[in-house]
Ligand binder design. Structure first.
Ligand SMILES: Nc1ncnc2c1ncn2[C@@H]1O[C@H](COP(=O)(O)OP(=O)(O)OP(=O)(O)O)[C@@H](O)[C@H]1O
Length: 614
């Protein structure tokens, strides 16, 4: 199940499992928490597997992402004793069919809770915030009153926000409803306790505090399941988490001091950055020769208004970054992962800034933005699959992949599609011709023409929504927030239809993780040989964070407390992804003073820091 020898922590976990005691494993980055979790699941089978089979019980393993769930399922060889799932899928699987309880929870707890929050924002005045709060309160009150007419509820997998009257529950509400039902419904707790003997939760520091509380309530009942949390308070990078993740009463805390991921040079830096946990390089990584270096780049004073860089300055900052890579001789190095705070920085570098700005700007609702981020927006999803993969396969001259995509992902070429009565040779010829024309349009025509062609040839399944946008007359009047708020999606669609394929192609590459770029939040739980972490507070423009202030407060100014905490945690997560070599690029207005301050703090030595002057 895992190839590694059990550590002291693994033995303590096995003891807890034998003694039926809940526990929390707390350890720094690369300590092998996920590995210990997989080993704990193995110990559960060994110790209690037979009894669980007899009692029809299973063990639940909650992961933070679908990808992590896949990795763990693979390592467990899909053993049926385990349910490995993200929190959202698990919760929906358990509560989704209790329509009346969901309705009650929404009506009595969740929606009133949201209303109270907006009431705090409403000071009765005319500020944007107060006006918006009142609109939201009205909307939520209407939703609460109309809930009785909703037939059933579904989970909007790709939506952060709920549409109550359409029966759709978004991500955030799903967890609130689930936790609320566990807390308030003893019968649900009894059902869960009968079905599941163990709940192991990975990345517990970023698991909703409401859900951790609910698991603890569950574990306090008689005949309760055992809970085990695995996490690191310093790696809590989402505000909804619970950095301390307290266990149920009497839970044991198990700590790990090893770091099995990073080269000793990286571990030394992590220990200097974070004093509460002192790790040692403990596995094969202990003999790896790695390095940590920082480049302090002279930043320009922003000239773009509202504290932002102008376009010219952005170009220059990008060139400076490339110079920094050149100094390290990393310019053409393969496989380096570059980590940025915000997607916009990546969109600019990859070439889909216009698309990014459209879907995060005034024409996009919050829902449109979150669907854009997941690739599920109705305007974009057909590009993610199948259009861009088809275009790329054709360009690579890979006809068999083209045919595979056509036959498996499009209606026209499916076994019961319009070409089903034709011979294999004929279908292949049609496929070739259609994809060739698609590539020509994709490269030269606006996206509207590409979509219309794909609809005509049956390459994409046309939703009513998409059809409506394509057939209505184009909006020619200028968008006015006051007049057109309700129809703003039409301006969004028209702008999108005028764009070029290149924007969408780059976006799809990023979504498919086929680029060296990632957001710093996006690399949680991952590891890479060589990592460059890029900090430019001005370009990022996200005031929740200030890395220059966090790293050199005397030079740059003291950050606000939450700014310091958020920046520290995200920086720690980013730094600790590097297995061998870590490079940090920090844009600062005072590189010399910052260097002095960083060296004085003992974070890095004089030799590890270079300055790139303007
Ligand atoms: N006991 C061990 N011996 C050797 N290597 C190990 C051991 N445990 C884990 N590893 C390796 O160390 C690396 C980090 O492990 P893992 O991802 O489980 O750590 P983690 O604590 O979950 O990290 P993080 O919190 O930083 O995401 C992986 O490459 C894993 O294969």
């Amino acid at each position: 199940m895992t190839k590694h020898k059990p550590t002291d922590a693994d033995k303590e976990i096995a003891r807890c499992l034998r003694d039926n005691a809940s526990f929390r494993v707390v350890a720094g980055a690369g300590a092998g928490k996920t590995t210990s979790l997989v080993r704990a699941l193995g110990a559960i089978v060994e110790l209690h597997g037979k009894q669980m089979l007899r009692d029809g019980q299973r063990a639940v393993c909650i992961t933070y992402t679908n990808r992590a769930a896949d990795v763990i399922r693979g390592r467990l060889r899909n053993n049926q004793l385990f349910v490995v799932s993200t929190l959202h899928s698990f919760v929906w699987g358990e509560i989704g069919h209790f329509t009346e309880s969901i309705r009650k929870s929404l009506r009595e707890s969740i929606i009133p809770h949201h209303i109270r929050k907006y009431q705090d924002d409403d000071n009765g005045g005319k500020s944007k915030k107060a006006v918006r709060a009142r609109q939201q309160i009205d909307e939520l009150t209407r939703a609460c009153e109309g809930l009785g007419a909703v037939d059933g509820f579904r989970y909007g997998v790709n939506n952060t926000f709920s549409s109550y009257l359409e029966g759709e529950i978004g991500h955030d509400d799903l967890i609130l409803v689930g936790a609320n039902m566990v807390e308030r419904c003893p019968p649900l707790r009894r059902i869960l306790s009968q079905k599941y003997a163990y709940f192991l939760v990975d990345e517990a520091q970023d698991t909703s505090r409401h859900m951790i509380q609910a698991f603890n309530t569950l574990a306090a009942d008689p005949e309760a399941p055992l809970v085990g949390y695995f996490g690191d308070p310093m790696q809590q990078i989402y505000d909804k988490g619970n950095s301390g993740f307290p266990g149920p009463e009497g839970a044991e805390t198990i700590t790990k001091r090893e770091n099995y991921r990073c080269a000793p040079q990286v571990v030394t830096f992590l220990n200097a950055f974070r004093k509460d946990v002192q790790q040692r390089a403990a596995g094969e990584n202990a003999s790896v020769d790695g390095s940590v270096e920082m480049m302090l780049v002279q930043a320009e004073s922003p000239e773009g208004g509202r504290g932002r860089y102008s376009d010219k300055q952005l170009e220059r900052a990008q060139r400076r970054f490339v110079e920094a890579l050149r100094v390290w001789e990393w310019e053409n190095r393969e496989g380096v992962k570059q980590l940025y705070l915000v997607r916009r920085m990546i969109a600019r570098r990859l070439g889909f800034l216009e698309l990014h700005d459209l879907f995060t700007g005034p024409l996009a609702s919050q829902r449109a933005q979150s669907e854009f981020e997941s690739g599920s927006h109705f305007l974009i999803k057909q590009f993610v699959e199948p259009i861009v993969p088809l275009v790329r396969a054709r360009r690579d001259g890979d006809n068999s992949t083209c045919m595979r995509i056509l036959t498996s992902r499009t209606s026209a070429f499916s076994p019961d599609g319009v070409h089903s009565q034709k011979s294999v040779g004929e279908v292949r010829e049609i496929g070739k011709r259609v994809v060739q024309r698609l590539v020509e349009l994709f490269e030269n025509a606006p996206l509207r023409d590409v979509l219309e062609y794909c609809c005509k040839e049956g390459i994409v399944a046309v939703s009513e929504k998409l059809k409506n946008e394509l057939v209505r007359p184009e909006r020619t009047d200028e968008y006015d927030e006051e007049l057109h708020r309700e129809q703003k999606s039409e301006w969004l669609a028209d702008h999108f239809f005028r764009m070029s394929g290149r924007q969408v192609e780059k976006y799809c590459e990023f979504l498919a993780e086929n680029t060296p770029f990632s957001t710093q939040h996006g690399v949680k739980g991952e590891e890479y040989e060589d990592v460059v972490v890029v900090f430019d507070d001005v370009e990022a423009g996200w005031h929740n964070y200030s890395f220059a202030k966090m790293l050199a407060p005397q030079t740059t100014g003291e950050p606000r407390d939450e700014q310091r905490e958020r920046s520290r945690k995200l920086a720690y997560v980013s730094f600790s992804r590097a297995k061998r070599n870590l490079r940090i690029v920090l844009f600062t207005q005072e590189p010399r003073m910052a260097k002095q301050e960083i060296v004085t703090q003992g974070l890095l030595s004089d030799q590890q820091i270079r300055i790139l002057d303007g």
